[in-house]
Design a protein around this ligand. Structure first.
Ligand code: GLA
Length: 722
């Protein structure tokens, strides 16, 4: 429900409230965001202090030093982080946005050329607030969508040139939020290639704390997410204000604690890597930001994001679909692919119950390394004499679907495409372009390059041989300059690249909606809500070591439901870390997510093939309820990773406790279940006994202490009487 009363707007669904006030018929002021309140009677007034060494504005002599602007800009005495800045053709940077009008309607419109959350008329309501600066010729429309039953506000901005001359947009953030002066912690995620999504937590202090990506994609280094949390926050309690950006390019996420302890947080396109020329009448839209509030701690936050992304973000056709159990060829044969080898793997895979056979890199390469032919997408017929059609046909004949790896955005120096179109890559004339993994990146902002990629990928999809694509992207952007853009507009390249990528994905997915795409970028380097609008799952990390995976999968699953994350059982010793682990523990860690296999089945002994068959059979039963179950992180000491999934109707539960190393301190560790129905009794499959839901949550189960490192205990519960 969105109420407009007097000079304020109150967005509420009972669970959360967001309040904006218009002061002096001019300034748009943030008054509140958090737990729902029934009505607002102007409590917590904006302080009209006359501050020394600052400015005075409006009828109340407002000081801008700590004024809670809803969408802040600089130039008049607010010296904190700004959400918008423009530069006129004569170099002047000034803005004074004044409230003009508003609009309220059911549902929400799509963003133009950008991915965004779906919000149908029966699910949500939207408020548009229009502000203008007539002198600068700027109209800004602020968008707020509130879901009826989710603690989520969607935010973005539209900027319009209503003047007669062009101007440059130097910065337009997707949201800005003011929080009161209190003790806060910040939680964000950092990482590296093969070590993605590590939770980082530190107390917010005076000044600006920020994370960012300038790599052209959302990156493995920081995730486009930032949250401010109360210091008591843990998995099951605490207040969290979280923001997440639906975008796959450079981003900035930051919080500033000002001189008085008040906090401003923002997320959006990184302004340092961005500029946009806006001609008269032209419009620019910022990406969408997702703003979440909960007082239920990290699990409360996860549950909001999980449901939102599962139901309102990923392609509709995959919302209720099981994902196929796949076997990926990469770690089994890398680029050394032959028809013979593939066929042998396929036979074993089909026997084990694999549903999708994925041919990874190598099928088009001249040799067995990654330095040739990238961009041509012509099958190497010496390796695969019958071409991709024949490989696909073989998989189909054995009852499996077939999937193929592409890295569409890249082109290699040793390729026909580069020979023919050396100018198609991102490059700055006069400089030697920078190679990354023997590749350059195509300038996706250009229409003819988008057409080339759509045509070539669709040529593989048109015969219906391929049910899955792994869409990879193995290097960051460098030489970020498009030949087609002039002067300062060359600074638009990074954003135009992302828009080009979205266009390509949107064209392919609308023509072949049934094809499942798995996003990948050297693992999880571009795992973000922007990509998930087009792809229904993402490869989580190139690191498949079970110990490291518990950490990486934990990190991403604070934001994404397990069904969206590819988790593979690979070989032991692990190819990335050399660590050994049992087949069973590798499976237990992977099966809590979207299960796949990535190992040479010929090197697995007979008993293990049988074990894999049993694993897949069991997984296929549980995935039906786990795909929409509630995923919980459990508070634990450093030596453990503990997860559980409870079915939507609370009738089933699977819990997994992973111990990193055997130690004698762990002999008294207890696992407390979460999310069960306290009034029901549950049958525990592992000991054949019956326990009350209240007992399992309050007292819990003792974790067995086996004499081994990397040990996993799994418990499965079922409501008695089912
Ligand atoms: C990336 C991916 C891997 C694999 C290779 C192939 O590193 O993350 O899974 O597909 O490329 O070159």
């Amino acid at each position: 429900m969105i109420l407009k009363q007097g000079n304020y707007f109150h967005l509420t669904n009972g669970q959360i409230s967001y309040i904006i006030e218009v002061i002096d018929e001019h300034y748009l002021v943030h008054r509140y965001f958090g737990k729902g309140i029934r009505r607002w009677n102007d409590s917590g007034k904006v302080a009209y202090y006359k501050r020394s060494y600052n400015t005075e504005h409006g009828m109340g002599n407002i000081s801008f030093d700590d004024f809670p602007f809803e969408f802040p800009y600089q130039g008049h005495g607010d010296y904190r982080i700004e959400a918008i800045s423009i530069e006129q053709s004569d170099g002047i940077s000034m803005l004074d946005l004044s409230y003009v009008n508003y609009k309220i309607y059911k549902g929400k419109d799509n963003l133009n050329g950008l991915p965004s959350l779906r919000a149908e008329k029966e699910h949500a309501e939207t408020l548009e607030i229009i502000c203008e600066d007539q002198v600068a010729g700027v109209r800004v429309t602020l968008y707020y969508t509130i879901y009826h039953d989710q603690n989520v506000i969607l935010r973005h901005q539209k900027l319009e040139n209503i003047g007669t001359d062009y101007f440059y947009i130097n910065n337009i953030q997707s949201m800005s939020l003011e929080l009161p002066s209190m003790n806060w912690d910040c939680i964000s995620f950092y990482g590296a290639h093969a070590a993605e999504a590590n939770l980082s937590r530190f107390p917010l202090h005076h000044g600006i704390q920020r994370i960012e990506s300038r790599r052209g994609s959302s990156s493995p280094n920081y995730h486009p997410f930032f949250s401010i949390v109360s210091p008591d926050t843990n998995v099951s309690q605490g207040e969290i204000y979280a923001m997440h950006l639906v975008y796959s390019g450079n981003f900035l996420a930051q919080a500033e604690m000002d001189q008085f302890g008040c906090v401003r947080m923002q997320i959006g396109i990184h302004p340092d890597e961005f500029i946009w020329k806006l001609d008269p009448k032209a419009v620019f839209e910022s990406p969408e930001a997702v703003l979440v509030y909960t007082d239920q701690g990290l699990n409360g936050m996860s549950h909001i994001f999980h449901r939102l992304y599962r139901e309102h973000l990923i392609p509709k056709q995959f919302v209720n679909q099981n994902r196929p159990v796949l076997l990926n060829s990469w770690e089994a044969m890398y680029c050394d692919v032959t028809m013979d080898k593939l066929e042998r793997q396929m036979k074993l895979a089909a026997k084990a119950g694999i549903e999708l056979f994925v041919l990874d890199d190598g099928w088009f390469r001249e040799g067995n390394t990654t330095d040739t032919s990238m961009g041509d997408w012509e099958c190497n017929y010496e390796k695969l004499p019958g071409g991709i059609r024949q490989v696909a046909q073989k998989a189909h004949d054995m009852g499996m679907q077939f999937g193929l790896w592409f890295e569409p955005e890249a082109v290699g120096k040793r390729s026909k495409l580069y020979e023919k179109h050396p100018d198609w890559i991102l490059h700055v004339s006069g400089y030697e372009p920078t190679e990354g993994r023997h590749e350059y990146l195509l300038d996706l902002s250009r229409q003819e390059i988008q057409d080339y990629l759509v045509d070539i990928i669709c040529s593989y999809l048109k015969d219906g041989d391929i049910q899955y694509i792994k869409w990879d992207m193995n290097r960051p952007l460098t030489d970020v300059c498009s030949e087609r853009l002039n002067g300062r507009q060359k600074g638009e390249t990074a954003h135009r690249y992302v828009l080009g990528l979205y266009k390509i994905l949107s064209r392919i997915t609308s023509e072949y909606p049934e094809v499942l795409i798995e996003g990948c970028s050297s693992g999880g380097a571009r795992f973000d809500p922007g990509m998930l609008y087009y792809v229904a799952q993402n490869w989580t990390s190139d690191n498949t070591d079970v110990l490291d995976r518990t950490c990486i999968q934990s990190g991403f699953s604070y934001l994404y439901p397990p069904i969206l994350m590819g988790a593979h059982v690979s070989a032991s010793p692990n190819h990335q870390t050399g660590r050994e682990s049992s087949l069973s523990v590798r499976y237990q860690v992977a099966r809590q997510f979207n299960l796949g296999y990535e190992l040479n089945l010929e090197c697995v002994d007979k008993n293990e093939v049988e074990e894999i068959r049993n694993q897949i059979e069991a997984y296929k039963v549980d995935r039906n309820w786990m795909k929409e179950g509630q995923f919980y992180h459990h508070d634990t000491n450093q030596n453990y990773v503990m997860w559980s999934t409870v079915s939507k109707n609370q009738e089933k539960c699977m819990a997994m406790v992973f111990r990193k190393r055997h130690d004698f301190f762990s002999s008294h560790e207890i696992f407390h279940f979460l999310g069960l129905n306290p009034h029901w009794d549950y049958y525990l499959e592992q000991d054949g006994k019956i326990y009350g839901g209240d007992e399992l949550m309050r007292i819990g189960l003792s974790i067995p202490l086996e004499k081994r490192d990397q040990d996993a205990t799994v418990w499965t519960l079922q409501k008695v009487g089912l």
